[in-house]
Design a protein around this ligand. Structure first.
Ligand SMILES: [Fe+2]
Length: 251
């Protein structure tokens, strides 16, 4: 017959520590239930169930007014709206942040609670594996719906939406949309094809025909038609852009 296992002092201490740890909130994923842009807070529900000693399972309660951590400093900020259903990482402060949330700075929290559920802060961007926006090699992306800014390690920068794009190439060239057409600048030469203007071209032909065939109704007989104009008809015009945009500068 096997001897009953004795409970040692070490076992008791371990059990106490385990119980204490079990009640200590540290960090946990959560799902956003609502977002306040003015307060920059979310109401969230922790995503992972808690299992109790009797085997029952329970979701932790919704936590309201959780501050969202955005990357920002005094003169720098990246802020964005958060959608219902987004997942975030909650971190539970080791002291109450109740007073600090309202006042900031250094202060006495006037509360001895530790790692309390109500002292959570939220970091956006925690997704299940391969969830969220795709990461592409050599590229920093800033995206909102279909508007996208891509900064590449080659120093190429692309700004685009679902209707077009502007690219600043590493060599300084600027491509608009597909970048296959040249952009015009001040003092660039321009060329106009007269033949493309049907009305203008028809007028020129009529003018030449009329001139080359007209007669003067004087004398007997009338004078004959004039000596026809020599040379060929011009079919193109050239010129130069004499005023450029103050807002669009390329090259
Ligand atoms: Fe004449």
């Amino acid at each position: 017959m096997e001897a009953a296992k004795k409970t040692t002092q070490a076992d008791l201490i371990k059990e106490i520590v385990d119980d204490s740890l079990y009640e200590t909130n540290t960090a946990i994923p959560a799902i956003v239930d609502s977002f306040s842009a003015s307060d920059k807070t979310v109401d969230v529900t922790p995503a992972l169930q808690k299992t109790f000693e009797d085997g029952s399972k329970l979701y932790l309660p919704q936590i309201k007014g959780v501050p969202v951590i955005y990357p920002q400093a005094a003169n720098f900020a990246i802020v964005f709206p958060i959608a219902v259903g987004d997942s975030v990482l909650l971190i539970f402060s080791q002291r109450s942040i109740e007073r600090w949330k309202e006042r900031g700075g250094k202060l006495d929290p006037l509360d001895v609670r530790k790692h309390d559920l109500s002292d959570a802060v939220a970091i956006p961007g925690l997704y299940k594996i391969a969830g969220g926006e795709a990461v592409e090699a050599g590229k920093v992306k800033i995206k909102y719906h279909d508007a996208l800014i891509e900064i590449e390690e080659t120093n190429r920068i692309k700004v685009s939406n679902d209707n077009g794009s502007i690219v600043l190439e590493a060599d300084g060239n600027v491509d608009i949309d597909t970048g296959t057409n040249g952009a015009a600048r001040l003092n660039d030469e321009i060329k106009s094809t007269v033949g493309d203007d049907a009305v203008f071209w028809s007028f020129i032909l009529t003018l030449f025909t009329t001139f080359n065939s007209h007669v003067h109704p004087i004398g007997t007989p009338n004078t004959g038609p004039p000596t026809p104009l020599l040379g060929t008809y011009p079919t193109t015009l050239t010129g130069k852009i004499t005023a450029g945009s103050n807002k669009v500068k390329i090259g």
